[in-house]
Structure formats: C-alpha cells, structure tokens
Ligand binder design. Sequence first.
Ligand code: SAH
Length: 457
Amino acid sequence: MSPPAHDVADRTGILHSHFARHRRETGATRLKRQTEPPNYGLTPFPNLAQAVGKMATVSIPQLRLRVNATAETLIRSRHPWLFANSIREENRSGRLGELAVIFDRNDRFLAIGLFDPESPIRVRVLHTGKPATIDSAWWQARLKQTLARREGLFDTQTNGYRCIHGESDGWPGLVLDRYDTTFVLKLYTAAWLPRLDEVVGSIRAALHPQRLVLRLSRNIQSSAKEQGPRHDGQLLLGEKPHGPLTFLESGLRFEADVLRGQKTGFFLDQRENRRCVESLARGRNVLNAFSFSGGFSLYAARGGARSVTDLDISEHALAGARRNFALNQAAPGVAVCHHDCVRADAFEWLAAKPVRKFDLIVLDPPSLAKREAERAGAIQAYGRLAANGIRALQPGGVLVAASCSAHVSAMEFFGAVRSAARRSGQSFAELETTGHPPDHPATFAEGQYLKCIYLRC
Ligand code: SAH
C-alpha cells in the first residue's frame, strides 16, 4: 500500500472532498440583478429590513438567498453548511467572503454566513436565530465567547492548544492554534481571505500575540495569491522565528514547525490520549506507530516506559522525535528510557512477521478516507492494522488505536478494531474509548473526526 499523504484538513473535518456528492452546480433561480441602492421593499425578500436590523452601515448583508426545505431543517438544527444545490433563489451573484442572508421558504430569517462562489459549501454559517448586524463589535464578542470556552482548561504547563476550532466554535473553516507566544491562523476556505485584516485585528486586540503566522490549506493557496497576495507560511505579525519554536504540553517541551509543518506544526488534538498513554506506560516496551515527532512517545517515557520505538515513514518526523527526546532529558523517565527510531512504511512493517513484541502499541495513522468513496476500504484497513498490531503485542499488552478520518464514524472504527481483536482468538478487555478534546469541540456530525479505543489483549 502506498503511503497516504496526511491531509491536515481531515483533522478539522473541513475537507471539500467530503462532499463530492454535492458538487452539482446550484439550480437556483437568479433573481434580477439589482442596482444600488437596493429597493428592499420591492424585492421578493420583504422581511430583509427586519432581518438585518439597522440598514445604513457598510456591514449590512445584501446578498439574499432562499433555500429548500432540507437546508432549512439543517440550518435550524445548527448545521454550519449550506450546499450550493440547496439554494432555490438568490437575488444576485455573490462575491467571495461576502455576507449572505439566508431565508426560509416563508421569507423568515434563518441565518447569516460567509459566501464562497466556488465551493460546493456555498455558505458557511456564522449566525442563526434572531437577525443581527455583523460588525466589528460582533466579531469581537464572538472571539471573546470562543476564548472563554478555553478558560480554566490549561495550566502554565500547557501553552500549546487550539484557541479556535472552525465550525464547532462558530468560525467555519478557520483554526487558530497557540504555541506559547506564537499563534498560527489556518484557513480552510478562501471566504476568509477578504476578511483577513479584520480577523487579525480582533486576534491582536484579544490575544496580543508576539507572532502570528498564516497557514493555508492546499485547496485555497492559488486564490490566496490573488487576494492580498497571501501565501502559506506568511508572517502576519512579529518576526520570523530563528530556528524551531518550542512550547509546553503537560510540562513536556515540543518543537513546532509553524511555517511548514503538518497542520499548524503539531498534532495538538492528541493531548488527552497522550496523557492516557503516560498513565499506562510504566515498565512497558512501547511502539509508537505513525509517531510523527514522538508526541505519544515522550509521554510514555515520562510515564516510566522501559523503551519506546518511534515508527514513521518520514525521516524528517523521526528527526523531530529525536530532538524532542533531547529537549526533555530533565524529566527522569525520559532520561532513562531507551529510545529508538524505525523509518518504514508502518502498514508493511506491522504486516511482516514481528521481529519483536511490545507491551503497548499506539496506532495513529493519517486519515485513511479522504472522501466518502474511500470509507469502506478505510474501515477494512483499520481492521487489518489493528489485527497486525495485536499480533505484535505481548500477552496482557495494550493496543491504543486512533482514527482521524471524518468519513469513518466512531462506531464503524470501534467495530473494526473490536472485530480484529475477536478474530485474533485472544481474550481482550476494552479499557476506554475517547473522542474530541475540549479545545477541539465537534458540534456536528461531519466535524467528528477523532476517536480512539484502548484494548488490553
Ligand atoms: N501520532 C502523531 C501524529 C500522527 S500524524 C502525534 O501524536 O503527533 C501521521 C504520521 O504518519 C505522520 O508523521 C506521517 O509521516 C506518518 N505516515 C504516513 N504514512 C505512513 C506510513 N505508510 N507508514 C508510516 N508512517 C506514515
């Protein structure tokens, strides 16, 4: 099997490719194009004046859409996406990043969102419920609410975590991660590009970052060149870092390559599972498959693991793991733990007859289903991987199997791992299943990508 490239967007559940089935262009009727100023009273959207409140500010949304019954139900249930093929009418063509007001079939206000004329997710919802004016005070209040959700989650031993997690925090397609005094803003939709200065202004006022880096998902890098121009890895505030940045997670120091690394530089979403692995590691020989920069390994070492083996296909990732071990030699467990690295395809390495057995194995592969069509194959691959992992375990060993594929549900994934354990013929006990950490909330089905199961075999 060729190594699947890790698509960072999958870990946020904000992939365009999820929705290939929605790619059909909208069949919406274009209402007559209006000249300025719009005559709201005569438009087929009589309730607009009430809908947007005050009318004389530049932030008044002027693009109006009517949607079909299915979209109406979804938006009322707080689903954050309006697909192009759910739009029945639009008063004019919308521009990238403009605010669109969405109405139901009876002209009642439903929502306001960011419009993207190119994406099958035509509008990403910002606000539902009562009509509102989206102005700078509104953005500041939204950011304050989002940051308040993280209050009390982390002490001074953790200064790397997610401050804004896309749709589920009310910022569709936008992520903000903190690494000590550096912040990384990652955009997964071009609709934010025209609003970047406004967003940066709010972040600056609320968080006073020493440095702010812009990261762009692959699918929006060409539109970004035209807007600004903007590019992946661009510094928005502060100076270029001299060498790798470091930050603290649960008292361990890690490097983050914020300019070029995967995601925003580190897999912050696995913190809670790493803490769990630390508590299970004492005296064990640990294999960390798909290790990246050794996140799970450092916790296992501090937790008293006898040895830790990092297995990854990328030499760059393994070099990062070695540096992270070097950074944490002051932790007694890390200093005495035997650490080695294996550069190999983990699927093949585990499928071959195991050269040695381990007492704890972590399997955290990249997303195995980038699109819906790959779902069934991914479930099988998770099952095979778990079966091979179990084969490489000593009796009484622990398997920690994670999935970050949004297309594979928690039940499907847990099912695949449990049946691999049953087929192994060994008795096993399920210790735990976990989902999203609190700084990566998931409020809608497509946003639920992360799941992990712990089995003692
Ligand atoms: N567990 C990590 C995150 C894993 S990200 C953490 O806690 O930080 C997925 C990793 O899998 C990446 O480092 C990538 O290089 C690696 N990878 C991708 N395909 C692989 C393969 N076929 N074999 C081994 N490693 C692979």
